[in-house]
Every structure is written in structure tokens, then in C-alpha cells.
Write a protein that binds this ligand. Structure first.
Ligand code: NAD
Length: 300
């Protein structure tokens, strides 16, 4: 924590793959965290790390400087904001809500306006860096909303991330995140294609990865997901279902703005194929299994 980053209190809602690591880092930085999730076991796990157990979003937000949500998709965030025990009716004492999930920019603008009408500030602050970035407090955080709210949230962002950027008004954080996701999705597909071709050519895949990482084809995805693709390990990290949700948000935004994104459309349909084959709960590296099916060859 920086010298001038006073300890505060966060109501944190959504303790999944990302949220639980972000809570741990807030606690490590000296902040108090009131944690809530619909899964009681997720709340109990963090209570043993020092978080205060909350029984609803309203309970998590009670007396806090701000409430942070880290939830799967737009309807979950809307339920936490507009619901019976939600943050619109029972905001944190600091009247600031920060959503760090990846959700629709249109919904963000609507929520920001509804909350502003009753004097509650809202920031969209999606993240990049995956579970490892979350664990290492090394997330890239892209933030949309009022500058004053961004400044107030700064000490909490600094406990969870290293690249923290105010990118514009409400929805701008999500607009940047959607660009991030289309690059990630297309990059994963490019790696799958290279591995499929290399495998058919009889090339050693680990050696291929090593060589590529030393040259201009290197990427975060090749580095982090390549080993799992090569080993045929589909275990979850960032789930196929979540990436498909993000790619659909990208196409929605592109459709509304008349921007053709042919490569995104193509990779989206491959994610649909993966989900149709029961891969939705698997990690993104399982996109390589689409190529297993298309080529009639198996990884591992
Ligand atoms: P996750 O599914 O692991 O966690 C979401 C948590 O929210 C779960 O624990 C779930 O029980 C809880 N939840 C659902 N509805 C709720 C409600 N109404 N009230 C309280 N809790 C509720 O998802 P995740 O991987 O942690 O991702 C969270 C968000 O961050 C998503 O929008 C995702 O796209 C984004 N994201 C994920 C990653 C990643 O690598 N996993 C990286 C960057 C961004």
C-alpha cells in the first residue's frame, strides 16, 4: 500500500475465480472487506482469510467506503444493483459502486444514470490479467466514469492492480475491455491454428512454442495457455462460457456502431462450437479441442 493509501472498508460481491483473489489482496493491503456471494461456501472460504461475512449485497455494503461487484454477466450485476436487497436501495456509506465484471456498456450507462439520479457514483472498471494477475495484484484495470469517483477508488484499485487507467466516461472501461477481449480471442484462435498445423506437420509442439516465444509471434496467450493446449489440459481458468459472453458483447457493440469485425465473428462461432460440445466450463485453452475435432486428431 502507498504511504498515503489509508485503510478503508469494501463491500465485495462475487467471490469466484477472480473475486476471491482480489479480496485477498484488499485484505493484505490492510482494507476491511465485507464479502458476499450467493454461494455460502465461497463466503466461508474468505472468512477464514479475514473477510467479514455478509448475507446480502446490502449487508456487504453497509457502512463501507464503496461496493465492488465481480460477477459473471450483466443480469447478475443488475440483480445486485436493482434487487430487493440491492445496492440502489442500500448503497455503501461512501455512495460509490464499482463494477469490475465484464458486462454490456449499454447496461453500464443505464445503471450509472439511475444511480447518479439518487446521488450514487458508479464506475465500470473491468480487468485484464486473468486469475494469475488477480492473485499477484497485477491486474490491468480500465475505468470509465467520473474523475472524482476514480480518484476515490484509487487506493482500492492499487491493492488489486498495477496498470490503472481512467479511460473516459461511463461505459468507456467496458469499451476498452471489449477491445482487449477481441484481441485475446483472435490470438487464442491463431495459436490453435498454428498448433494444429504444426501437429499435422510432425513438429514437436513444445519446441514450436519455445521458438515462437522467442520471436515476433510471442504472446501472453501462447505463453500461458500454450502448455495446457499441448498437454490437452482443459481445466478451467477463464471459462469458455465467459469468453463467449464477451465476444457476443463485442459483436453487439460493433453492430450498434456499424463496425465490421469479421475475425471476431469467426472466432465467436468456434466458441459456440466448443460450448455445443460441452466445453463451456472448461478454460479458454479448450478452444484447441475444436481443432482436434476438425482435424480428427487429439491433443496430449
Ligand atoms: P466466476 O463465475 O468464477 O465468479 C462469479 C461469482 O459470482 C461466483 O462465485 C458466483 O457464485 C457469484 N454470483 C453470481 N451471481 C451472484 C449474485 N447475484 N450475487 C452474489 N454473487 C453472485 O467468474 P470470474 O471468472 O471470477 O469472472 C468474474 C467476471 O470477471 C466476469 O465478468 C468475467 O468475464 C470477468 N473476468 C474474468 C477473468 C478470468 O480469467 N476468470 C479475467 C478477466 C475478467
Amino acid at each position: 500500500m502507498r504511504e498515503n493509501d489509508k485503510a478503508g472498508c469494501v463491500g465485495f460481491i462475487g467471490l469466484g475465480t477472480m473475486g476471491r483473489e482480489m479480496v485477498r489482496n484488499l485484505l493484505k493491503a490492510g482494507h476491511a472487506v465485507q464479502a458476499y456471494d450467493v454461494r455460502a461456501e465461497a463466503v466461508a472460504e474468505l472468512a477464514s482469510d479475514g473477510a467479514v461475512t455478509a448475507t446480502s449485497p446490502a449487508d456487504a455494503a453497509r457502512g463501507a467506503d464503496l461496493a465492488i461487484t465481480m460477477l459473471p454477466d450483466t443480469p447478475h450485476v443488475e440483480a445486485v444493483v436493482y434487487g430487493e436487497q440491492g445496492l440502489l436501495k442500500a448503497p455503501p456509506a461512501g455512495r460509490l459502486i464499482v463494477d469490475m465484471s465484464t458486462i454490456s456498456p449499454v447496461a453500464v450507462r443505464r445503471m450509472a444514470a439511475d444511480l447518479a439520479a439518487v446521488g450514487i457514483a458508479f464506475l465500470d472498471a473491468p480487468v485484464s490479467g486473468g486469475p494469475v494477475g488477480a492473485k499477484n495484484a497485477a491486474l490491468s484495470i480500465m475505468v470509465g466514469g467520473e474523475a472524482e469517483a476514480f480518484a476515490r477508488a484509487g487506493r482500492f484499485f492499487r491493492a488489486m492492480g498495477t496498470t490503472i487507467t481512467h479511460v473516459g466516461n461511463a461505459g468507456a472501461g467496458q469499451a476498452v475491455k471489449l477491445c482487449n477481449q477481441l484481441i485475446c480471442g483472435i490470438n487464442i484462435q491463431a495459436i490453435c491454428e498454428a498448433l494444429a498445423l504444426a501437429r499435422a506437420s510432425g513438429v514437436d509442439l513444445e519446441q514450436l512454442r519455445h521458438v515462437l516465444l522467442g520471436g515476433s509471434a510471442a504472446s501472453w496467450m501462447l505463453d500461458r495457455l500454450g502448455p495446457q493446449m499441448i498437454a490437452g489440459d482443459a481445466s478451467a481458468g477463464f471459462r469458455i462460457d465467459l469468453m463467449l459472453k464477451d465476444l457476443r458483447l463485442v459483436l453487439e457493440q460493433a453492430g450498434a456502431l456499424d463496425v465490421p469485425l469479421p475475425a471476431t465473428a469467426l472466432v465467436t462461432s468456434q466458441y459456440v462450437e466448443a460450448r455445443a460440445h460441452g466445453e463451456g466450463a472448461n478454460g479458454n485453452q479448450a478452444l484447441f479441442r475444436v481443432y482436434d475435432r476438425m482435424t480428427g486428431r487429439a491433443a496430449g
